[in-house]
Write a protein that binds this ligand. Structure first.
Ligand code: AN0
Ligand code: CP
Length: 318
């Protein structure tokens, strides 16, 4: 595997899940794969889970790991070509990428959407430069439009808990005080359709996601109706995608918060969220603490999705 940025890169999902479950059953069985190989993890944005789970995954495979927080201790990076660099940015991505690539075998990048210029975000302006100029396999640790390691972990988690062949999986928007990217819902919608689930997306009007990610899912603007008979509720906030409101908050309506009364409309659904989550905005304490909450096993599966992807990339190096 040369790059991992979207569902297309994983191939057959059932096969990928089977491989992930094999990794999970004996995560130290592949320790020779990463011997004398180095992973560079590069963060333009904050992270708890991705940072720790991806490092752990690489260590399980016997790799050496370097982590760089670009905004803490490195030179401020210019990402735009043709700029006269007379401001606060001391180094250009076009030098930084090949330099960093010379020290490692694989690169993981976290670079969120700026939520200002939709075209730049949806062209993956930062991630695509790493793919183009590093000469190394590159994987997304959440980029502007997707969070495939999260979606892969979510699918593994659903496969472990589903009791129906084709579960009803509901992605629900929920309120949040800050404007968040569409990366997580984009990937979750795309991967859960690809996994063959009955996927319903519910959100207030104006929060429609990019059709290229939601194809095959049903949109239902009535949240309570969407929850009826659901097997999995996946909550997430995102900012508007549609013009002219790209990146904006259109609603903070707390009637969309996932609570016990809404969960009672489901078929005893499991509750999911990628974390970090704001309690009593996205979901009430009772729901996230309930025995049907999968937020912790879901986060634990991040180690497994990352290890499966890194393992495939290491196999490609041989
Ligand atoms: C980020 C987001 O919504 O994309 C990361 C989620 C994994 N969340 C926040 O910034 C709170
Ligand atoms: N879910 C997730 O990616 O969490 P972090 O932002 O903490 O890495």
């Amino acid at each position: 595997m040369k790059k991992f940025t979207s569902v297309a890169d994983i191939g057959n999902i059932q096969q990928a899940v089977a491989e992930a479950l094999k990794v999970k059953a004996d995560r130290f069985a592949f320790k020779e794969f990463g011997k004398d190989k180095t992973l560079l993890m590069l963060f333009f944005n904050s992270s708890l889970r991705t940072r720790l789970s991806t490092q752990k995954a690489a260590m399980n495979l016997g790799m050496n790991v370097m982590v760089l927080d670009v905004n803490q201790g490195a030179w401020k990076l210019e990402t735009e070509r043709g700029v006269v660099m007379d401001g606060d940015k001391a180094e250009h991505l076009l030098e930084a990428i090949p330099v960093m690539a010379s020290y490692c075998d694989l690169i993981g990048v976290r670079s969120f959407a700026g939520l200002v210029n939709k075209e730049d975000d949806y062209n993956e302006k930062v991630l695509s430069q790493f793919i183009k100029y590093s000469g190394r396999p590159v994987f997304s640790m959440e980029a502007a439009t997707g969070h495939p390691l999260q979606a892969f972990a979510d699918i593994i988690t659903i496969e472990e808990h589903k009791t129906k062949q084709r579960p009803k999986v509901v992605l629900t928007w929920a309120p949040h005080p800050r404007a968040l990217p569409q990366a997580v819902p984009n990937s979750f919608a795309q991967w859960s359709v690809a996994a063959g689930y009955d996927v319903v997306i519910t959100h207030p009007e104006g929060y429609e996601l990019a059709p290229e990610f939601t194809a095959g899912a049903t949109i239902e603007y009535n949240q309570e109706k969407a929850f009826e008979g659901a097997d999995f509720i996946y909550a997430k906030n995102w900012s508007a995608f549609a013009d002219p409101n790209y990146g904006k908050i259109l609603s903070t309506d707390r009637s969309w918060t996932v609570d016990t009364a809404k969960m009672a409309l489901t078929d005893n659904a499991f509750f999911m969220h990628c974390l970090p989550v704001r309690r009593n905005m996205i979901v009430t304490d009772d729901v996230i603490e309930s025995p049907r909450s999968l937020v912790i096993p879901e986060a634990a599966n991040r180690e497994i999705s990352a290890q499966t992807v890194i393992k495939r990339m290491l196999e490609g190096l041989k």
